[in-house]
Ligand binder design. Structure first.
Ligand code: NDP
Length: 288
């Protein structure tokens, strides 16, 4: 199977490399072409100039771009040339509705679409240990299994198109509550004069620990917040969660609080930092 990869960002660059390790990667494409040319030269794969050319040369494409409109733009271009029977596997985090629109755009060409958002951060992408949440037809899922297995460890089929994104939205709500709790607790610990590195080592093994505490509280100790998972991207995800909840007439308190904090961070120019930057705001609570 020849696989193309679109979107060589913080996540995609690692995922493409893992496809290469599995012997599946045939071609890469990135909006800023330099990234694609450099990776293609290193891995000895193709770097077609257009998405259309990439689509014509592969049996499956994995996409990992930013937001809803980006996925739809990319899918529209790929739809021009993908062969009947090809599969588009979108690992971006977007709304369930966008996944359904993408599937509809590909359907007339007999091309399958799977929404396959991922969780596990850039580390999970690098180590091929991502959790992958899949929506689409079961037949396409079975066909895509070797591709998904090259990038992730926990791969779960949730149901029809959009189900993967619904599962991911569930995860993003949890991440919001956890990063807020971790930031607040770390700001509290600092105000108490506690040695923060010992707090991370010790509480990291306690009942209140989490992936975010172990992997991102160290950013708070150092006072640097390299992405990681950008504030802007989680803000985008929480807007998706807000919209999905609004369909039930519900406003989610954790989502709303984090959207307020992210709006503040973005206004101050921290939108491209990791979401652990919310520690900046929590620290200020003790500085008044
Ligand atoms: P980055 O911002 O690092 O990369 C985004 C990539 O998408 C870049 O390659 C960018 O191209 C490309 N892109 C954006 N818009 C378009 C467009 N309109 N057409 C073509 N290409 C486009 O993001 P991440 O890699 O961090 O995230 C990618 C996706 O994965 C997002 O949906 C995010 O929510 C999700 N995700 C991220 C996680 C993380 O920890 N970072 C964890 C789990 C999911 P260019 O190089 O030209 O800018």
């Amino acid at each position: 199977m020849r696989v193309g990869f679109v979107g060589l960002g913080a996540m995609g660059m690692h995922m493409a490399r893992n496809l290469h390790r599995a012997g599946l990667l045939a071609a890469v494409w990135n909006r800023t072409p330099e990234k694609a040319r450099t990776l293609a030269a290193e891995l000895n794969v193709q770097a077609p100039v257009t998405l259309e050319a990439l689509g014509a040369s592969v049996d499956a494409v994995v996409t990992c771009v930013s937001a809803d409109s980006d996925v739809l733009e990319v899918v529209k271009e790929l739809a021009k040339s993908l062969k009947p029977g090809a599969i588009v596997i979108d690992s971006s985090t977007v709304g369930a509705e966008t996944a359904r629109k993408a599937a509809e755009a590909l359907h007339p060409r007999n091309v399958e679409f799977l929404d396959c958002p991922v969780s596990g951060g850039t580390e999970g992408a690098r180590d091929a240990t991502l959790a992958i949440m899949v929506g689409g037809s079961e037949q396409a899922f079975e066909g895509a299994r070797p591709i998904l297995a090259a990038m992730g460890k926990t791969i779960t089929y949730f149901g029809p198109t959009g189900s993967g994104q619904a599962a991911k939205a569930t995860n993003q709500i949890m991440c919001a509550g956890i990063i807020e709790a971790v930031s607040e607790a770390m700001a509290f610990a600092r105000a108490q004069g506690l040695p923060l590195d010992k707090i991370v080592d010790t509480l990291g093994k306690g009942a209140g620990s989490s992936w975010y505490f172990v992997h991102r509280a160290p950013n708070m100790v150092r006072g640097t917040y390299p992405a990681g998972f950008r504030v802007r991207l989680h803000e985008k995800d929480l807007t998706i969660c807000r919209d999905m909840a609004a369909r039930f007439g519900v406003t989610l308190p954790v989502v709303e609080r984090m959207l307020d904090e992210y709006a503040e961070l973005i206004a101050r120019g921290y939108g491209d930092e990791d979401i652990s930057a919310t520690f900046r705001l929590k620290s200020e609570l003790f500085e008044k």
